[in-house]
Write a protein that binds this ligand. Structure first.
Ligand code: ZN
Length: 362
């Protein structure tokens, strides 16, 4: 039977329960009722995820002479996040209800439902909006003062920028070249939802490709094509995969052009990967904040310039979710029975070869 003969996934709930029962993905600390926005990968899930990461690393790093890898610490010097703008800008406007103590995003008040804690009214007693930073805070060492505050990284790319000079020199790379990293990132999402799609701890695979400003369009095109090819090769077809260019109002302030690669999930078209022209924002800011010049010399060794950056950033958990949703099919069997099958691409399937005893259908 082929995937086309099975019934496609329409409800995310069906995939959530299949993932739990087969040991792909289940709520973290499940015996305590789980913890919102955190998920554990079981025996099959971890194999799938590792295969996806290995394939990305193979394509983006190992098969190319112009990309090198790194594995940075999750915690960076706090100045990193001042330079990147996260300390100041990485926030959502939030309101609190004084009665039920719930917190809501100020731009999503239309669908928050009635208040359960007020007498004689179902309306929430809301505070004015204030900004709530999405970075997860932690403390370093025994000191209680503000200098001990650090953050779990909200994206994996900033250590690539702070390590740019060291890595370029150590790897003897010339512009254009890229630095890639796969690792955990953390965001204190107010409203984690859609299974692993929007969670508080997640894994990113990011490439920062440094090039001369004159070549930024060429490399942006190159990486858009490369990344779409990667997803197509994993079996994501044209009816469920598309690119969407950001409108001017959606672009981050440092970003010149951005394209999302979107998958058609049961809850709609959503981003699985972003490709961004970040300009020289990051290297310029880190030069300014650290006092170290991160510019490079041109071919003739005379003119110095700040490289411009094309970033590709894929959410590994989102990609795994898209691959699982894409593979899901319910097949009708003879005699009125049905079975649920995951038609995963052979290169990422958790089990690639198996010798199994004959057994009766249970
Ligand atoms: Zn309330």
């Amino acid at each position: 039977m082929t995937a086309a003969s099975g019934q496609r996934l329409t409800q995310l709930d069906e995939l959530v329960s299949l993932c739990a029962s087969r040991g792909y993905i289940f709520p973290s600390s499940e015996i305590y009722g789980g913890i919102n926005g955190f998920w554990d990968y079981g025996p099959l899930g971890v194999e799938l995820k590792n295969n996806v990461k290995a394939r990305w690393w193979q394509r983006v790093v190992r098969e190319r002479a112009d990309v090198v890898g790194m594995d940075s610490a999750i915690i960076s010097h706090p100045r990193t996040w001042e330079a990147s703008g996260h300390t100041e800008h990485f926030s959502d406007p939030m309101v609190d209800c004084r009665a039920c103590k719930k917190r809501f995003r100020a731009d999503q008040l239309d669908d928050i439902g009635p208040c359960s804690a007020r007498e004689g009214s179902s309306e929430h007693d809301l505070t004015p909006p204030r900004n709530f930073n999405l970075m997860l805070e932690t403390r370093i060492g025994a000191s209680e003062d503000a200098a001990a505050t650090a953050y779990l990284r909200p994206e994996t790319c900033q250590p690539i920028f702070t390590g740019f000079k060291r890595i370029r020199e150590a790897a003897r790379q010339k512009i254009p070249f890229g630095i890639a990293q796969i690792g955990k990132a953390f965001r204190n999402e107010i409203n984690p939802r859609n299974f692993t799609f929007r969670s508080r701890e997640f894994e990113q695979a990011e490439l920062e490709f440094f090039c001369h400003p004159d070549e930024r369009e060429k490399w942006f095109e190159h990486w858009c094509e490369e990344r779409m090819r990667f997803h197509r090769e994993l079996g994501l077809g044209p009816d469920s995969l598309r690119t969407r260019a950001h409108g001017a109002d959606e672009l981050a302030h440092y970003c010149k052009i951005a394209v999302d690669i979107e998958y058609r999930f049961p809850f709609g078209w959503q981003e699985i990967e972003g490709i961004h022209d970040r300009g020289d924002w990051d290297l310029s800011r880190h030069s300014e904040y650290s006092g170290k010049d991160l510019g490079v010399s041109g071919e003739d060794q005379k003119q110095r310039f700040m490289p411009t950056v094309v970033e590709t950033s894929v959410g590994i958990d989102r990609l795994c979710l898209a691959l699982l949703a894409n593979a899901y099919a319910v097949e009708e069997l003879e005699g009125g029975d049905s079975r649920t099958v995951l038609h995963l691409h052979a290169s990422i399937a958790p089990i690639q070869v198996a010798v199994l005893p004959l057994s009766k259908l249970r």
